[in-house]
Design a binder for this molecule. Structure first.
Ligand code: KG4
Ligand code: ZN
Length: 330
């Protein structure tokens, strides 16, 4: 019985492999993190990332097959992230998938990393009530989409420059915190007061985002202030970001008939964002759907689940590379 999809994700700094069935149940998943390699640089070093993927990918595959106690005879197809991401990192996953596909005589389907994130809230159990507004906030991307169902996705708005995660990470670095900055900035923010009036970028610009200006505003404030209070900076920064994210969600929910608001991507791990989104959803009378924390950040299970969408619809990936989702030009 061929009842599993093998997902492979190597778009950035995590080597991730997972086996997922048609219902989104995760039979096994393993992630080799590179945080220790990159933290001394305070950001991802692309050449080191590719090299670490090469070292980790086959051992990670072995771990997953052993955990699930299966061999390739149970695998129906291989789904692999084909972009967006770091090209050297993506190539490791793509080449591995191609080799396995040839060796095991299995179809290989290239999956948009963002589509994977958008599907991540349905891993393990079907949580999302469609139609849904989905906010994707990760280290590499920020966008808001409308999903009529898992395969009908309309992009409503995206960022003109940086992602929310990138802003968190850079502010974390400015405050001398660990990498990636998100969780550290969040933690520090809890101890501070919102004393600084940082800009709310693009707050009145419909569903567009921009986060490079707030990074510069924080840098300028630090440079111009004697003994800046780091906790207050973190709190003021987080409050500004939250106000923008919640406003965009509310605009999208008012415009699009929705049963739920879904928040995915690494920044969905933020307790502040979770709390603010809950308040908004109560007001708007929609369900809030969040992936468990381990599926909010990069993983291969979400790539495998997105691959099932292709298989179920019988869509030939080359004929229609990414269903109706057109994000980026990779
Ligand atoms: O989705 P993800 O793992 O990778 C990408 O696809 O980019 O997201 C990583 C991002 C990083 O910028 C990290 O700082 C942020 O998610 N992040 C958080 C939290 N945990 C991770 N941001 C805010 N609060 C958190 N608790
Ligand atoms: Zn991601």
């Amino acid at each position: 019985m061929k009842d599993l999809v093998l997902g492979i994700e190597t778009s950035c700094d995590d080597t991730a492999i997972a086996l997922v069935d048609e219902k989104g149940h995760v039979h096994a998943s393993a992630i080799a993190s590179q945080i220790d390699i990159h933290s001394e640089f305070g950001g991802i070093f692309p050449e080191f990332a590719s090299r670490a993927h090469i070292e980790a990918i086959i051992p990670t595959l072995d771990i997953v097959l052993k955990k699930a106690k299966v061999d390739q005879s149970r695998i129906k197809a291989i789904g692999v992230t084909r972009g967006p991401g770091l090209i050297g990192s993506l190539l490791v996953g793509l080449n591995t998938a191609t080799g396995l596909g040839l060796g095991w005589d299995l179809p290989v389907i290239g999956i948009n990393h963002l589509r994977g994130h958008l599907r991540s809230a349905d891993l393990e159990e079907e949580r999302v009530q469609y139609p849904a507004v989905v906010l994707l906030v990760s280290g590499g991307h920020t966008l808001i989409a409308y999903m009529e169902d898992p395969t009908n996705i309309e992009l409503l708005g995206t960022t003109r420059d940086d992602s929310v995660g990138e802003a968190y990470d850079k502010v974390g670095r400015m405050l001398g915190l660990g990498f990636p900055g998100g969780p550290y900035v969040d933690k520090l923010a809890k101890t501070g007061e919102p004393t600084i009036d940082f800009p709310r970028p693009m707050i009145h610009k419909d569903l567009e985002f921009s986060f490079s200006g707030i990074k510069s505003a924080v840098a300028r404030y630090i440079a111009a202030t004697e003994n800046p209070n780091h906790a207050n900076i973190a709190r003021s920064f987080v409050d500004a970001i939250m106000e923008v994210l919640v406003k965009k969600c509310s605009v999208a929910l008012k415009r699009m008939p929705s049963k739920s608001l879904v928040i995915v991507g690494g920044v969905a791990a933020s307790p502040q964002l979770r709390a603010e989104a809950e308040t908004l959803c109560k007001e708007m009378e929609v369900e809030l759907c969040l992936p468990p924390l381990k599926w909010a950040t990069d993983n291969a299970a979400m790539i495998a689940l997105a691959t099932w969408d292709y298989l179920k619809l019988g869509i030939h990936p080359e004929a229609k590379p990414d269903l109706q989702l057109t994000i980026g030009d990779y």
